[in-house]
Design a protein around this ligand. Structure first.
Ligand SMILES: [Zn+2]
Length: 170
């Protein structure tokens, strides 16, 4: 018993009791969620919601959910101080706006890509026509054949349309 008393008298008050200038008992409802080192966390939540509301709110929900509830409460309090009108809803609106901006950017990029691909196909068709119209081994001195990664796809394309091109150009 004596050891317990010594421990409780030595135990430093939780952040809530420190700010509220009250004695922190072993049964303090706020101590598990606002340890002595987290003064700012409690002071922000206290400024926005008030200590008695926080205690009432925590008592209404199951103990297993209280830690999560405190984190969202503190998060909401922080955003409420930054944006008193919308709080975290303001951040959600901003993010939703960003998402729709990104989606339209993506749609524009996809449209541009489709246009470039169509252009590339047209160009490849022209290259093939030029290539097949040259005498001998056209691949060696045709300036129109692409180098690197593109060459194989252009060659494939040219080979695929070889028959058609031959009938057209011979
Ligand atoms: Zn306390």
């Amino acid at each position: 018993m004596e050891a317990n008393n010594t421990t409780s008298s030595l135990h430093s008050p939780c952040a809530a009791c420190k700010i509220l200038r009250r004695r922190c008992s072993d049964k303090c409802a706020l101590a598990p969620y606002f340890p002595p080192t987290e003064i700012l966390k409690f002071s922000v939540a206290h400024r926005v919601f008030g200590a008695s509301n926080i205690i009432k709110f925590l008592q209404e929900i199951p103990e297993s959910q209280r830690a999560d509830a405190v984190s969202s409460l503190v998060y909401e309090a922080n955003t409420r101080l930054r944006d008193p009108v919308y709080g975290s809803a303001g951040i959600i609106f901003q993010l939703q706006k960003q998402v729709s901006e990104m989606q339209s950017q993506l749609a524009r990029a996809k449209a541009e890509l489709a246009a470039v691909q169509a252009q590339h196909e047209n160009l490849a068709a022209i290259v093939c026509m030029k290539a097949w119209s040259l005498p001998n081994d056209s691949e060696e001195y045709s300036p129109y054949i692409f180098q690197g990664d593109h060459s194989s796809s252009v060659n494939d394309y040219c080979q695929a349309s070889n028959m058609w091109e031959d009938s057209l150009w011979t």
